[in-house]
Design a protein around this ligand. Structure first.
Ligand SMILES: [Zn+2]
Length: 143
């Protein structure tokens, strides 16, 4: 059976799950948390590359900052999209003030910027705040 790898947002264990079109139950093998809650991982320099290297589902990263109005406006949309799509898509956010080296690594010039990665490789990026539907539509192209 085909499988996917999804990083637990709580304990960061890599979970291998059967690939399905929808999930009714998925628990983390490490901490027991439900992987369907869609909690967004707040990544930093110690775990960002780890997530990119290990998740086999599309990873969508929100580069944001606390002073950015459009970022704060989009945050609930990003969380809602994550709840709708977990564990088929891995949702990650990076605070560019606290992690300037990650922002520099990807040449982030304006925020919010969303970057989608497949198997650790950037496949798409877009700047500006999006609605929940726009985020879901965007990332579903890469599943
Ligand atoms: Zn866990």
């Amino acid at each position: 059976m085909e499988s996917i790898k999804f990083v637990c947002p709580y304990c960061k264990k890599i979970n291998r799950l059967p690939k399905k079109s929808s999930y009714t139950k998925a628990k983390c093998g490490g901490c027991g948390a439900s992987l369907l809650e869609g909690k967004v991982i707040e990544a930093n320099s110690s775990d960002f590359n780890y997530i990119l290297e290990n998740a086999t589902v599309p990873v969508i990263v929100d580069f944001w900052a606390s002073w950015c109005g459009p970022c704060r406006m989009m945050a609930p949309n990003f969380e809602q999209a994550s709840r709708n799509l977990a564990p088929k898509v891995q949702f990650v956010k990076v605070n560019t003030e606290e992690n300037p080296q990650i922002a520099a690594q990807f040449g982030i010039r304006s925020i919010p910027t969303l970057i989608i990665f497949k198997n650790g490789v950037e496949v798409h990026r877009v700047s500006g705040a999006l609605s929940t539907e726009q985020i879901m539509q965007l990332v579903s192209q890469f599943q």
